[in-house]
Design a protein around this ligand. Structure first.
Ligand code: GSH
Length: 215
């Protein structure tokens, strides 16, 4: 069978999701490191974003579509439950992470550390100060979401948790959001527990971009 390639840099939380998914399903893949807007990515994603995927003649972009393809094209345990209600609840939380948390927590706030570090500059304090008050109310909401079972949906680790854990990992890596996380003990415990999961340990970014660029 053709080699399955996940293309995109390890630090990307969305690349990370697709790698967690492959690992949980037991699907072998090659990981090709590539930045957004580079030729191999632009050849697949119309807006040059990572992850993208190649499997023989099949090329795909967007993490959710990639996970969906891998789930149907390969055998193995799935992070997508079969029950229609539970499956829809998983999609609901995946969507919330992608459309509410990621745009603010990662693209606006964490980017204030990463983009500046890449340019060899100090974090963008104005951007951080502007974003934190908007993020703060999200933390107790997410705390309540995981409080009952230690998962976003039901009793098991699902794709919803695979989307949330990388985002929380980055929130724990920088001070203001780490403080917000500390005020949400159930969410902090959720992160700690899922971070120790084998599939997450195996695929974890080997360095933090905002720390490495400053060395
Ligand atoms: N909805 C996309 C989001 C992908 C995304 O935003 N990737 C980031 C890296 S984590 C990226 O490529 N950013 C470059 C850009 O937006 O131009 C997915 O689920 O794959």
């Amino acid at each position: 069978m053709a080699d399955l390639q996940i293309i995109g840099g390890s630090p990307s939380n969305f690349v990370w999701v697709t790698r967690i998914f492959c690992t949980e399903k037991g699907v072998p893949y090659s990981h090709v490191q590539a930045m957004p807007h580079t030729p191999e990515v632009d050849a697949i994603h119309p807006f040059g974003k990572v992850p993208v995927m190649r499997h023989g003649d099949v090329t795909l972009c967007e993490s959710r579509a990639i996970c969906r393809y891998i789930d149907s094209a390969f055998d193995g345990p799935s992070l997508m439950p079969r029950d229609p209600v539970i499956a829809a609840q998983v999609e609901q939380w995946v969507s919330i992470v992608c459309t509410t948390l990621d745009p603010l927590w990662i693209r606006q706030y964490y980017a204030a550390y990463v983009l500046t570090a890449r340019a060899g500059k100090e974090p963008d304090r104005a951007r951080i100060d502007e974003t934190i008050p908007k993020m703060a109310p999200h933390f107790p909401i997410m705390e309540r979401a995981v409080a009952k079972t230690g998962h976003l949906v039901g009793e098991n680790f699902t794709l919803a948790d695979a989307y949330l854990t990388p985002v929380l990992f980055y929130m724990n890596a920088v001070p203001e959001s780490r403080a917000l996380l500390a005020q949400s003990p159930q969410l902090a415990a959720y992160l700690e527990r899922h971070l120790s999961r084998e599939s997450i340990q195996e695929t974890k970014p080997p360095f933090l971009v905002h720390e490495m660029m400053r060395r």
